[in-house]
Structure formats: structure tokens, C-alpha cells
Design a protein around this ligand. Structure first.
Ligand SMILES: Cc1cc2nc3c(=O)[nH]c(=O)nc-3n(C[C@H](O)[C@H](O)[C@H](O)COP(=O)(O)OP(=O)(O)OC[C@H]3O[C@@H](n4cnc5c(N)ncnc54)[C@H](O)[C@@H]3O)c2cc1C
Length: 375
């Protein structure tokens, strides 16, 4: 009987894994809790790095489609101070794909979904339990009451992974509070804000807080507010008035980004796993992406999730009939690769929400290549 491989979570990591396995004739079923692909906004833009996210897409046979869907101009970034003075303005070479072109998360997820057979993802199934079977493999139980058996279980179920506790008890630490707002149809409705944000990213850096804005391919602007973690009550940030109060004294053009938000703000806690978290190998089960190594969100999480997927797929293809050898090889290489990246993310995160963030960030973006990050 063919090996039954279950991937829990149809985010960027889980879908990349399913797609590469599919290309190599290995069937896998993705179990996703959301009702369908449009159930939830997938968030803003991502920049895909050549050595990780872009490499994974190339292995998924989607390098070309990525190039036609990505927005290299989205790499443009501007850093302002609270008085709206420009500290850094970086413009990429026109049409250049040399660096880290941006792509809307929704576009990227659709690109992966479109490349899979329609029955590869079972929507509307939230995993609630995974019980090891005496003969190996797992019995998966979903909130719908559905039960499924599998031989290999891959937890690609994100920050609050249900699969993770089978392998590791990793306490999550509270990294920051993040609040999102969306400004739809920005060019027409708020041309002055569209002009200020430009085609890419804008960061306005204060003391222990950042007001950021990002241009999306659909003409909207996504505003993100990051606040240092200080035992905050999320409910306190569900109104624009409360947010405005945080930015008291900032230039009115910046605060206008909050006023222009279409809906009520949505605050959330951003969390991270301990740096260097690893587990002892167990047969038939592994993790990838945020489930394996939740890091502060400074531009690596999705890239590493996709690279995990490509590397796990590579090992499974290279070890036909011996999935445990494949999982072992994947885990050892993944732990070694991710640890220094998680350390760097923790450092950059601390820098961004510190009292000296503006100076540090300017140095970070204007440093000569020989200078180490975050020094
Ligand atoms: C504010 C913010 C900004 C970020 N910006 C960037 C960036 O610029 N660049 C970057 O590389 N990374 C960024 N990240 C990190 C990135 O979003 C994650 O690292 C990435 O999405 C991880 O992919 P994943 O596939 O592991 O998990 P996810 O994308 O979280 O996908 C997990 C999937 O599993 C599903 N799921 C969860 N639980 C269950 C369950 N019990 N049963 C079934 N399905 C389940 C979810 O619905 C989801 O579809 C950012 C994160 C945040 C919070």
C-alpha cells in the first residue's frame, strides 16, 4: 500500500511541500482549517529571498510564474522619523529581480493552490488531535468529527501548531503587539497617502513603536503598527482613537494613515519559540515553518517555511521507502540552518522596537556589506 502522507496546514509551507511532492509523483493530502481559499485575508506583501523562498518556488516549478506575479518595485523602502523627515530612501533598479522582489501573500498562496490538483487540499478541517497508532503512523481527529489515518504526519500548522506538542514542549514568548489596518483603493481615495508610501514599504520609527505602511498589488495600502511587548491588553487597541493616542505628537501626515483605515483595527500578539528549539527525532512525524521555529516577524518566517518544505520534499524523494531517514536528514539540516537565522531575527526585532531604533535602522540599511547585521 502506498505511504499515506498527511500535511496539516495549507499555508505557504504546507502548500509548497504538497506541490513539490506532487511534481515527484508522491501523493499528500493537505488538511486546512479554513473553509476555502478566500476565507481569510492572507495579509500583506512578502519579499522572497533568492536562497530560500525563491529557491523553493524554483523547485516547485513556479519560478517563471513567480517572476510574472512579483513586484520588484515593491522593494522600494522609505524610513521616516516621527516628524516625517526622510532618513533612508532606497529605490531598486527598475525591473530588477536581483534582490528580494515582493509578492502579495494572497497571490503567492493562489499560485501554489492553482498548481495542485483540486482534491489535494481538504478545506474546513481543523485538526484537534493526533494519536499514535500501535503499528505506526497516526490517527488524526478533526473538529468536524472526521477521522483520518496516515503513515507520515507533517505539522505545517503555523504558530499555534497542534502537531508541535507531539515532538516538543516549546513555550511561546510574547514578542510584540501588532495592529493591522487596510486602506482600499488608495490612489483614488487617498492620493496623498499613496504618494507618501510609494510603491513599496514605508517605516516610521519612534521610541519602542513603529508605524509601517506597505503598498499591495491590488492598489490597497496595508498599515501595520508594532508595539514593544509590555503586558498589553489587546482590547485596548481595537479603536482608532486609542491608536491615535499612541502617536500623539507625530506628524499629521503619518497619523492620517490610521485615520484612513477602512475598518476597525485588528490587534494581535506576536509570539516566538525559544531560539535553538529542537526535538529528538520520532518516527513518522515532523514539523516545518512556524510550527517548527516560530520567529519574530522580520522577513524570514515565510522564506524559511518554504525552504523547509523544499528540503523535506527533497529528502523524501531521495529516500524512497525510508521516510524516517528522510525526516532525520531534513531535521538535522533544518535545525542547523534555522538557529543562526532565529538569533538574527531576535536581534533585529529587539533593535526595531528599542529607544534607539531610528539610528540603528538607518545604520542597518546603509551599512557597508562588511559590517555585521545589528552592530
Ligand atoms: C505581521 C507579520 C509580518 C510578517 N512578514 C513576513 C515577511 O515579510 N517575510 C517573511 O518571510 N515572513 C513574514 N512573516 C512570517 C510568516 O507570516 C510566517 O513565518 C509564515 O506564514 C509561516 O508559514 P507556515 O506555512 O509555516 O504557517 P502559516 O502561514 O501560518 O500557515 C499555517 C496554516 O495552517 C492552518 N492551520 C492552523 N492550525 C490548523 C489546524 N489545527 N488544523 C488545520 N489547519 C490549521 C492555518 O489556517 C494556515 O493556513 C510575518 C508574520 C507576521 C505576524
Amino acid at each position: 500500500m502506498a505511504m499515506r502522507l498527511a500535511i496539516v496546514g495549507g499555508g505557504l509551507g504546507g502548500l509548497t511541500l504538497a506541490r513539490i511532492l506532487h511534481l515527484h509523483g508522491i501523493e499528500a493530502v493537505v488538511h486546512e482549517r479554513e473553509a476555502d481559499r478566500a476565507a481569510r485575508s492572507q495579509g500583506g506583501m512578502l519579499d522572497l529571498h533568492p536562497e530560500s523562498g525563491q529557491r523553493a518556488l524554483a523547485e516547485a516549478g513556479l519560478g517563471e510564474v513567480f517572476r510574472s506575479s512579483a513586484r520588484p518595485e515593491g522593494e522600494e523602502h522609505r524610513i521616516l522619523d516621527p516628524a516625517a523627515r526622510t532618513l533612508v530612501h532606497h529605490t531598486p533598479r527598475p525591473g530588477s529581480f536581483d534582490g528580494r522582489p515582493e509578492i502579495d501573500r494572497t497571490v503567492l498562496r493562489h499560485l501554489l493552490l492553482d498548481a495542485l490538483p483540486s482534491d489535494a487540499v481538504t478545506w474546513g478541517h481543523r485538526l484537534v488531535g493526533a494519536t499514535p497508532r500501535p503499528a505506526g503512523g497516526f490517527l488524526l481527529t478533526f473538529d468536524s468529527g472526521r477521522r483520518v489515518e496516515c503513515d507520515i504526519l507533517v505539522g505545517a500548522d503555523g504558530a499555534r501548531s497542534v502537531v508541535r506538542p507531539l515532538l516538543i514542549d516549546a513555550p511561546l514568548t510574547y514578542v510584540s503587539t501588532h495592529v493591522d489596518l487596510t486602506i482600499g483603493d488608495a490612489d483614488r481615495r487617498h492620493p496623498e497617502l499613496a504618494e507618501m508610501v510609494g510603491p513599496g514599504n514605508l517605516w516610521c520609527v519612534g521610541v519602542n513603536q513603529i508605524l509601517a505602511a506597505q503598498r499591495l498589488g491590488d492598489g490597497s495600502i496595508r498599515v501595520g503598527i508594532s508595539l514593544r511587548a509590555e503586558g498589553r491588553d489587546l482590547d485596548a487597541y481595537r479603536s482608532k482613537d486609542a491608536l491615535r493616542a499612541l502617536f500623539d505628537g507625530w506628524d499629521a501626515r503619518l497619523v492620517a494613515l490610521i485615520d484612513a483605515g477602512d475598518d476597525a483595527p485588528t490587534p494581535r500578539r506576536v509570539e516566538a519559540m525559544p531560539v535553538g528549539a529542537r526535538w529528538a527525532h520520532q518516527p513518522g512525524v515532523t514539523l516545518l515553518g512556524d510550527a517548527a521555529h516560530l520567529m519574530p516577524p522580520v522577513g524570514e518566517g515565510a522564506n524559511q517555511a518554504m525552504l523547509d518544505a523544499a528540503e523535506l520534499a527533497h529528502e523524501l524523494v531521495a529516500h524512497p521507502g525510508d521516510p524516517d531517514a528522510a525526516i532525520r536528514a531534513y531535521e538535522e539540516a533544518m535545525f542547523a540552518r534555522v538557529q543562526p537565522i532565529a538569533e538574527m531575527c531576535a536581534r533585529v526585532q529587539a533593535m526595531m522596537l528599542s529607544p534607539t531604533a531610528a539610528d540603528d535602522l538607518v545604520r542597518f540599511f546603509t551599512r557597508r556589506p562588511a559590517e555585521p547585521v545589528g552592530q
